[in-house]
Design a protein around this ligand. Sequence first.
Ligand code: WTA
Length: 662
Amino acid sequence: MTTEATSEGLSNLLHEERTFPPSEAFAAQANGTAELFDRAAEDREGFWAEQARRYVRWETDFEQVLDWSEAPFAKWFVGGRLNACVNAVDRHVEEGNGDRVAIHWVGEPEGETRDITYSELHGMVQRAANALADLGVGEGDTVAIYLPMIPEAAVAMLACARLGAPHSVVFGGFSAEALHSRIDDAGAKVVITADGGYRRGKPSALKPAVDAALAVGESPVQKVLVVQRTGQDVEWDEARDVWWHEALEAADGTHEAHAFDAEHPLFILYTSGTTGKPKGIFHATGGYLVQTAYTNHVIHDVHPESDVYWCTADIGWVTGHSYIVYGPMTLGATQVMYEGTPDTPHQGRFWEIVQDKKVSILYTAPTAIRTFMKWGREIPDKYDMSSLRVLGSVGEPINPEAWMWYREVIGGDRCPIVDTWWQTETGAIMISPVPGVTPTRPGSAQHPIPGIDARVVDDLGQPVEKGSGGYLVITEPWPAMLRGIWGDPARYQETYWSRFEGMYFAGDGAKLDEDGNIWVLGRVDDVMNVSGHRLSTAEIESALVSHPKVAEAAVVGAADETTGQAICAFVILRQEAVAEADEQGEGGDLVAELRNHVAKEIGPIAKPRQIMIVAELPKTRSGKIMRRLLKDVAENREIGDVTTLADSSVMNMISEGLKQPS
Ligand code: WTA
C-alpha cells in the first residue's frame, strides 16, 4: 500500500480552490505578522526565547532554551523559574488591570451571570490555595478536579498551579468508573468537586460519582472539597468532605506564591486512546505557558484590552485548559465562560450570548457548527453578531461546507477562520492559518505556525510531494509538547516516537495540496483501504455533507471479502429531506442519489457500499463520533462497549432503525 494511492481518491478535498485573503484593515491590527515566520525560520530557539520573555514573567530567567540531549524527553527554558498562577492572575493586578473582567460567566439557567475581575480572581485563587494547603496539598501532590463549567473550576486549577500541585481535571460527564481509574493512576490526594451542575435545564448530581469512585478499593484520596452549585442534597462523610465555601472563608486571604522550575509538572490530562487504558498526558509549566499564550495572541488574535473572547470547550478537555485557563489568562484577556449546552433553553443560546456579551472571538468545534447548520440559519440570523471578528475551529477536520457556512452565516463574511490543528499531547496550537497573514482556504489547517516544524511524510518518513497524502509528523521539539505519559516513560517513547526515527508521529493522516497546504484527514485508524486504495473517512464524509440533503455523516471501513474494506456511511438528513425519505419508504432513491453524489465528488471508488439513514450518530461526551461502534453495525457484529457514549440509547436506535437496502 503506497501513499500515492490516496491522491486519486482525495481529489474532492484538494480541488478546493477558494481562498480568502485577509482584509487590509484586519492585517493592520493583527498580532500575527509575516516577520514572525522569518524570525522563526532564521533562529528557531532564539524565536522561542523571545516569545518566552514576551509572554511570561520569570522569577528567575532561563539559561538554556532547549535541552534535547535526552530526546525524546525535552527540557525547555532550562533553569527558569516561574509560577503559572502568578502569570495568569497576580501579574495583571500588579500591572494595573485588576478591574478588567477576567470571566463573564453565564450560567445555564437564564439570567444567572457573574462577572469576575482579575482582582476578584486574585482574591479567590489566594484563598483557594490556602484552603488546599490547609488540607495538606503541597508541591508535587496531585489533585483531581471534577467540576461543571463554573468559575470555581478555573480557580481550582489556578490554585493548584499556585502551589505547584499538578491537577488532573476529569470531565464532569465521565462516569464514576472512569473517575476512579484516573484518580488512582494520578494518585490524587484531594478531589475538588461540586454537589452538582446544570444539564439541559435540570440540576444533575456530581458528588455521588466521586463517592462511588472513592468507595472502590483503597483510595489515595484524603479529602474531598465540595463546591455548592445546585444546592441539592448530598451524602456527607464528616471525616473526608469539606465545603469549598467554608474552607475558603476560613482560609487566609493572602497567599505568597513561590516560583517553580520551568519543567515542574503543571497538569495531567487523560486522553481516551483508541484501545485500552487512557493515557495520562502530562505537561510542564514553562513551555506550556509560553506556547498557549503566544498562540492565543497570534492565532486567535486576542487583544486583551479590547476583545471579548469565548472558547466553548469544556474545561475538562485540553482545549479548555489551554484556551480558557492558561492562554487567555496569561494574556490578561476578558472571556465568556458558559455553563450549558447550545440548545438550552433554546437553539439560539450561543448567538444570544455573542450578542449580549459582544463576543469578538469565538472558538468552537466543527461538530457544533454542523449541528447549527442542521438547525438552520434562521436561528443565528435573529441575533446581532456584528461584534465578531475572528472565528476558530478545533478538534476534527472541518469540511469545506461547514467552513463556508461558519464564515457566511456566523462570521458575516468578514471574519477570518482559523482551523487549528493540535492535540492533548501537543498542548497548544501547531498548525493553523495566521489571521492577518495567511489567505485562508476552506477545510484546510494549512501550515505550521511560526516556531513549529511539521511535515507530511510517507511510510518511510520521507516528505511527500505536493498533491500526495501521508502521515502528519512534527520534526522538531516544541515548548508545549507533552513531557510524557504519567508513570510510563516507555509508553511515551513507543507511542509517539517510534514510528518514524526522530519524529513525533501524531497519529493523523494528512495531505499536501498543490499549494503546499496541509489537510488533516483524521486519525490513521480511520483511514480505509478499499481495493488497494487508501481513502479517508473524513473525505467521504465531506462529500456526503456537501449534498444539500445531508446534515451529518460518519463513514467507516467494514471488512469486505473482495475489496479488503468497504465503505459504509451513516447519514443524518437535513430536516426537509427527512419527510421526503419517509415518503419513499426505505429511502431507496435517496440512497442511490447519495452514492452517486459521492461517486461524482470523489470517484467511483469512493462510492459507499452501504448508506444507512439514521436519526443520530453515536458520540462520545466530547462530541467525537465513535466509529468503532458504527463499524460493529456495519459488520453485523454485536455492538461493543458503549460506556463512553454521551447517550447510549443511540446505538439501539441505530440498530433497530436499520432495514436498509444494500
Ligand atoms: C483531531 C483536541 C483536523 C486530530 C485539541 C487530532 C483535528 C485529535 C483538528 C486530537 C483540526 C484536532 N483538523 N483534525 N483542526 N484538531 N484534530 O487530543 O485527529 O482531543 O489527532 O485535542 O483531534 O484530539 P484532542
